[in-house]
Design a protein around this ligand. Structure first.
Ligand code: C5P
Length: 221
């Protein structure tokens, strides 16, 4: 049976950095489920479909193919066969993903893909509902969080490092809005699974978080 590690938490808590590093340490596959919701959002933006138009979103689900491939252990997201991995990282796509992820059909489609991946391979999967909904029987569940300010500063630095323009106050506001949306939606809201281990990374380095997570995994093996 495949060994599954579920990592959930709000936007910017460091999930993807940590999950990727943990997967590398354990020689597992890293599955970034947010990238799937972002690919779906990119499709909707390109088609000019509004996040409120559930009819057209549901129709779109029937003709959209989202898949994941791995090249040198790096996840790539394909949208109808096109590698969109680098096109999905903008705030615009992230905000659209947060809105369209409220649609039940979108979730059903992507959760199925996530479960298929986890059934056959040892994975570290990160998202919002992995421990509560996608893989309720995961061997290890971690809820990784950090204060809104810490998360905004991290995002801000990431943008500057990539040479992109960034406005800290705007990022902080976007993070708060996204948290609210993700935690209060009707279907699969972001919340800590009862049996998940809570880690607050506000005052921890990446190495410290990684060591804490590795210790949790060792205990559950
Ligand atoms: O993690 P990331 O910021 O890439 O996710 C983008 C959006 O996709 C989130 O704000 C959330 O609304 C949605 N999402 C989700 N369930 C997941 C992963 C992401 O609803 N498992």
């Amino acid at each position: 049976m495949a060994f599954n590690i579920a990592i959930d938490g709000p936007a910017g808590a460091g999930k993807s950095t940590i999950a990727r590093a943990l997967a590398k340490r354990l020689s597992y596959i890293y599955v970034d489920t947010g990238a799937m919701y972002r690919a779906m959002a990119l499709y909707l933006l390109r088609e000019g479909i509004s996040a409120e138009d559930s009819g057209r979103i549901e129709e779109a689900c029937e003709r959209v193919d989202i898949s994941i491939i791995y090249e040198d252990n790096v996840q790539k997201v394909l949208l109808n066969g096109e590698d969109v991995s680098s096109l999905i990282r903008s705030e615009e796509v992230g905000n659209m993903a947060s809105k369209s992820a409220q649609n039940g059909r979108v979730r059903e489609k992507l959760v199925e893909l996530q479960r298929q991946l986890a059934a056959k391979t040892d994975v570290v999967m990160d998202g919002r509902d992995i421990g509560t909904c996608v893989l309720p029987g995961a061997d290890v569940k971690i809820y990784l969080t950090a204060s809104v300010h810490t998360r905004a500063v991290r995002r801000y630095k990431e943008y500057l490092e990539k040479g992109m323009e960034a406005d800290l106050a705007q990022i902080e506001e976007d993070i708060e809005k996204r948290d609210h949306q993700d935690m209060n939606r009707e279907i699969s809201p972001l919340k800590k699974a009862e049996d998940a281990v809570l880690l607050d990374s506000s005052d921890m380095t990446i190495e410290e978080v990684l060591d804490a997570m590795t210790a949790v995994c060792e205990k559950n093996k």
